[in-house]
Design a protein around this ligand. Structure first.
Ligand code: SAM
Length: 288
């Protein structure tokens, strides 16, 4: 079958099935074969792998995944696209298409059933309206994933990969980097999609860590500290925590905990590394 990455073939399939891209589902179909090849290369897929694809659309990336992986599980929310996928994926015997909202799917059970012991990699050109909830769900549920390689909004990818002290660094950087090692694989301009999105995109690979990179007594409390620090980014961390309703600590207690770590009581959250947030979380338990 001719590749759907060629815009002529994508338009032909859309016309054949009377399909229009639906904005409410974040549908921007990939029409660039080089970008498709880059995604598959970045994902480091082998014939041993089960690939979970979220949002196969008309099957463009799915065809590449079927060629590279042992097995592909593709989860699509839009019922109009299910017959299109039956058509475009007909040549492949190693793909299962599930009609479902990925946010409602019991992923742990579904993946255990489909993987049959294979390593599991997630690969997707994600719908931008729901990127962060999908990724945080995949990370927080401790699913048995090796890596997650996704096309997302460039600005979000930069925030996920940001280092402390940079202007993109924030709660999302810390949360993602607690679970995974990010790698920015490619920048992708709007003209690689049909229709064109209004923002630039990027491919990011998140390699899941087998162990957290820091040890912390109460990870939940550390995550609340991330939120407190970046909800009021321009404030000192002690003030931000003192004002934050999700944590029981005063400004003075936070200042004391910071000083016990050799940090200034006037430091801002954006200057702290993941290790320092973990140490602060533990220090707050002891000073209070
Ligand atoms: N993979 C295709 C490609 O690269 O051309 C389509 C990508 S498009 C950006 C996002 C896809 O995700 C659409 O097919 C959309 O219908 C699907 N989608 C949106 N929300 C979803 C959800 N909650 N669960 C599963 N699929 C979803």
């Amino acid at each position: 079958m001719a590749t759907l990455g060629d815009p002529k073939n994508t338009i032909e399939i859309l016309q054949k099935h009377g399909i229009y891209a639906q904005k409410k589902f974040g549908q921007n179909f990939l029409i660039d074969t080089h970008v498709l090849e880059k995604i598959v290369a970045a994902a480091q897929i082998t014939k041993d792998d089960l690939v979970l694809e979220i949002g196969p659309g008309i099957g463009t990336l799915t065809q590449y995944l079927c060629e590279a992986a042992g097995k592909v599980l593709a989860v699509e929310i839009d019922s109009n696209l299910i017959p299109v996928l039956a058509d475009t994926l007909a040549p492949y015997g190693n793909v299962t298409v599930l009609h479902a909202d990925v946010m409602d799917l019991p992923l742990s059970d579904v993946l255990a059933r489909e993987a049959e012991g294979r390593p599991i990699k997630v690969v997707a050109n994600l719908p931008y309206y729901i990127t962060t909830p999908i990724l945080m769900r995949l990370l927080e549920e401790h699913l048995p994933l090796t890596s997650i390689t996704v096309m997302i909004q460039k600005e979000v990818a930069q925030r996920m990969a940001a280092e402390p002290g940079s202007k993109e660094f924030g709660a999302l950087s810390l949360a993602v980097q607690y679970y995974a090692e990010p790698y920015l694989a490619a920048n992708v301009p709007p003209n690689c999609f049909l229709p064109r999105p209004s923002v630039a995109s990027a491919v990011i690979r998140l390699t899941l860590r087998s162990e957290p990179p820091v040890s912390v007594r109460e990870p939940e409390q550390m995550f609340e500290l991330f939120r407190a620090a970046f909800q009021q980014r321009r404030k000192t961390l002690a003030n931000a925590v003192g004002n934050y309703t999700g944590l029981p600590y005063t400004r003075e207690q936070t200042a004391q905990a910071l000083e016990s770590l050799g940090l200034s009581a006037a430091v801002r959250g954006e200057a702290l590394s993941l290790e320092q947030f973990a140490a602060l979380s533990d220090a707050l338990d002891t000073v209070c």
